[in-house]
Design a binder for this molecule. Structure first.
Ligand SMILES: Cc1ncc(COP(=O)(O)O)c(C=O)c1O
Length: 489
């Protein structure tokens, strides 16, 4: 019988290709500043993604050439110094190497007496210490803050429901479960509540103060009123850095409120939670260490390659009880490979799990937390610098206070109405992106379209923000001149 394998026939040839791929990627990273941040995928390249399933092989060399032609030039651009869209980390060259090692090992990091489980526990222990969580808290590395929020809210639901939801579902509940947070809370929290069977209507969006932080007194009154009306409040979500503006809720006040009213206190600290690392910024997240659970990302402000986030849960027993199952084939035996320190699959929805910890462990060791914190502080200073440029330019208007690393602003002209200003700023942003010069993203602040610059980028320099302010002003003037030259109908 002929025996097949997926290993190469010629190991030396593939190894040679591997060296070339690595050299190419190093060059790509080293020269990233010289290229456009982003460019659209041309039609002839799009066509390459429409062919059917390949039944027959092509040489690895050719597959790699296809990657170089069709993929490499048309990615998101998140590694570029002027990428400031959404909340996206830049990765690091050593992180890229860590990915290579991870894929080489192809470990399913779910349980067992392996270095992978111990390494992942160590990474979680580092964060417990840095976040001021007790050593016996539990945690899990996940795909990102969305999954981290889902896991934390599942534990909150399990711990605070008046009946056994894990067994009976939410259908059997007599009272509607309620979760509270500001109207600026991230959509992944609402999505989690939908997935957990609570429905999006279970989220009570509380109004914010003018700085976009939650109005704690209004939230308190709402919880009390809901209780009186027979609803069942279970949890408050505090924001350590809202996605729109980076606003930091008063976590001390929320911790007090949750303690007083017996609610689960979850903090969505996707990026802002990492302020705990930076001595200058740590006071902003005071109270985080009192939360019952916290979600944060490693792929955003720590620049670990995608995708890795984490959740910490103060009460490990509740965390375990939420996700534990009793499948015989997953049980642990005394001795042998299954006899490891933890079964991560009993702390979250995934059974098979990538070895996410390795790229975190290696990158953090290579850089050290002090340097990572320095870069976080540098980004906050850069955001303040951009805000200053905006304020110094009469045609630019800041749309929200800069609490952390996010600047929302727009081009303004006295004769334009609200809709015209929105259209003009949309046009500026699209032209900026299409020129390849920079990639901010957008949002709405109140009823205004905002150009949104989120600085989670260790490659950005001050001159990049000078260029941005100049270009937005120039594009705005150009578009305005074009509008004014059109005769009125
Ligand atoms: C405040 C906040 N929470 C949650 C998330 C979701 O994180 P992820 O995209 O890693 O799932 C984000 C993403 O930007 C965020 O800004």
């Amino acid at each position: 019988m002929q025996q097949h394998t997926l290993d190469p026939e010629n190991w030396d040839a593939l190894q040679g290709l591997g060296h070339r791929m690595l050299d190419d990627m190093f060059d790509h990273l080293r020269t990233v500043r010289e290229r456009p941040v982003w460019q659209p995928v041309p039609d002839n390249v799009k066509a390459n993604f429409e062919s059917g399933p390949p039944a027959k092989p092509i040489p690895a060399e050719r597959a790699y050439e296809e990657f170089k032609q069709n993929v490499l030039p048309y990615t998101q651009g998140s590694i570029h110094p002027r990428f400031w869209g959404w909340v996206i980390g830049s990765g690091t060259p050593f992180g890229m190497l860590a990915e290579l090692l991870t894929a080489g090992l192809n470990t399913n990091s779910t349980f067992g007496d392996t270095a992978a489980t111990r390494l992942e526990l160590q990474v979680l222990d580092w964060f417990k210490e840095l976040f001021g969580f007790p050593r016996d808290a539990s945690g899990l590395l996940v795909s990102g803050a969305s999954e981290a929020n889902l896991v934390a809210l599942a534990v909150a639901r399990h711990a605070k429901s008046p009946a056994n939801v894990k067994r009976n579902g939410v259908q059997g509940l007599r009272h509607r479960l309620r979760v509270y947070g500001s109207s600026e809370t991230h959509s992944s929290v609402i999505k989690s509540l939908e997935l957990l069977g609570l429905g999006s209507r279970s989220f009570v969006a509380t109004p914010t103060n003018p700085d976009f932080t939650v109005d704690v007194e209004t939230l308190r009154r709402r919880v009390i009123a809901d209780r009186v009306a027979g609803e069942c409040p279970i949890c408050v979500v505090g924001n350590a850095g809202t996605v729109n503006t980076g606003a930091m809720d008063d976590l001390e006040a929320l911790a007090d409120l949750c303690g007083e009213l017996g609610l689960w206190f979850h903090v969505d600290g996707a990026f802002g939670g990492l302020a705990v690392l930076a001595p200058k910024l740590k006071p902003l997240v005071a109270g985080l260490e009192r939360s019952d659970s916290v979600a944060f990302d490693l792929h955003k402000w720590l620049h670990i390659p995608y995708a890795v986030g984490a959740v910490l849960v103060r009460d490990a027993a509740q965390h375990h009880a939420t996700f534990a199952s009793s499948a015989s084939y997953l049980g642990r035996l005394p001795g042998g490979i299954t006899d490891g320190p933890i079964s991560f699959n009993e702390y979250g929805p995934e059974l098979s799990r990538g070895f996410r910890g390795l790229r975190a462990w290696l990158t953090i060791k290579e850089q050290g937390f002090e340097k990572l914190a320095l870069l976080i502080e540098q980004n906050v200073d850069q955001a303040r610098y951009l805000a200053m440029l905006v304020e110094q330019t009469p045609e630019l208007q800041l749309l929200a206070p800069v609490s952390l690393n996010i600047v929302c602003f727009r081009f303004v002209a006295p004769d334009l109405d609200a809709a015209e200003l929105d259209a003009l700023n949309t046009d500026i942003l699209v032209r900026l992106q299409e020129s390849g010069s920079s990639v901010p993203s957008h949002t709405r602040i109140g009823d205004r379209f905002a150009i949104r610059v989120c600085v989670t980028n260790h490659r950005s320099r001050l001159e990049d923000f000078d260029l941005l302010a100049r270009e937005v002003t120039a594009l705005g003037r150009e578009r305005l001149a074009a509008l004014q030259s059109v005769p009125a109908a």
